[in-house]
Design a protein around this ligand. Structure first.
Ligand SMILES: Nc1ncnc2c1ncn2[C@@H]1O[C@H](COP(=O)(O)OP(=O)(O)OP(=O)(O)O)[C@@H](O)[C@H]1O
Length: 266
């Protein structure tokens, strides 16, 4: 079964058509990239998947379950994790406290049961919390900065902390909006390696928006190309790179005259 199915999604804002009949599937364990020119609707797709936007038409299925009407917090509980284009962290708080905000999604006991069974549930919660935090901190190699305020860290590390918080939610699928935007070459390389590790070692499905074509070529299994809110092409990075419509729309018309123009599904 697909991890994520997007079926005939259409979205508009006050007459502005942002997405038109977009459909695609993401397989379990896959790294699926969405690319396209500025304003093509990439972030709007992520927002529709995570529930921040309500599409006018279409459905979103997570492991076959129709979550189209679920609010964002419910989708997060079901395993949808998310990182943002602009870092969404509490800058005055420590790295560890920011990560804790992610881990709390998975605490089993609600407030009421905590009042009745405080001793046991509290201990369980603390153990679970600690396990998740330690695991994520270790995995992303941020042990040395755990006590520092996020605002004092260089940009690349802040992005890594944001990723840590998303992982602390134990997602089945992680939506990432431009994870390497604004990073220098070394930070980009580190982040690309962590994204691959998340997929390969943790078996987490990833949907990624990115403008950095080298990163796309290096790490993605499949690529969807959007243009003016519509699907233009879908295939391997190699395939979409050679697709004439993609070259025309996205990579620059001049390239349409070199090389192989063999096509893939559109
Ligand atoms: N909340 C909103 N209200 C009104 N218009 C919106 C809203 N969100 C997105 N749009 C519009 O939808 C279109 C697609 O925007 P979106 O951010 O999804 O594109 P994008 O492909 O992610 O662009 P970029 O690569 O520049 O981030 C744009 O014209 C944008 O102005």
């Amino acid at each position: 079964m697909d991890m994520l199915t997007i079926s005939n999604l259409s979205l508009s804002f006050r007459g502005l058509q942002v997405l038109t009949d977009v459909s695609f599937e993401v397989n379990q364990g896959e790294l699926f990239a969405i690319i396209g020119p500025n304003g093509a609707g990439k972030t709007s797709i992520l927002n529709s998947i995570s529930g921040f936007y309500r599409p006018n038409k279409g459905h979103v299925y997570l492991e076959g379950l129709d979550i189209s009407r679920h609010p964002p917090y419910r989708r997060a509980e079901l395993g949808l994790g998310r990182t943002f284009q602009n870092i969404a962290l509490y800058h005055g708080m420590s790295v560890l406290d920011n990560i804790k905000l992610g881990a709390h999604v998975h605490l089993r006991t609600g407030l009421l049961s905590s009042l009745f069974y405080w001793g046991r549930s509290h201990r369980e919660e603390m153990t679970l919390r600690k396990e998740i935090e330690e695991d994520v901190i270790d995995f992303l190699e941020i042990e040395a900065i755990r006590k520092l305020p996020v605002g004092s860290l260089p940009y690349g590390l802040q992005k890594r902390v944001e990723l840590a918080r998303a992982l602390a939610m134990r997602p089945k699928i992680l939506l990432m909006d431009e994870p390497v935007a604004g990073m220098n070459a070394e930070e980009t390389e580190d982040m690309a390696r962590f994204i691959l590790d998340i997929k390969e070692e943790r078996n987490i499905t990833i949907v990624l928006i990115e403008h950095d074509m080298k990163v796309i070529m290096d790490i993605s299994d499949r690529v969807l190309v959007l243009n003016f809110g519509q699907k233009l092409a879908e295939g391997s990075a190699e395939e979409v790179q050679r697709h004439p419509e993609v070259i025309k729309a996205y990579l620059g018309e001049n390239k349409a005259h070199d090389g192989d123009l063999s096509t893939t599904a559109g």
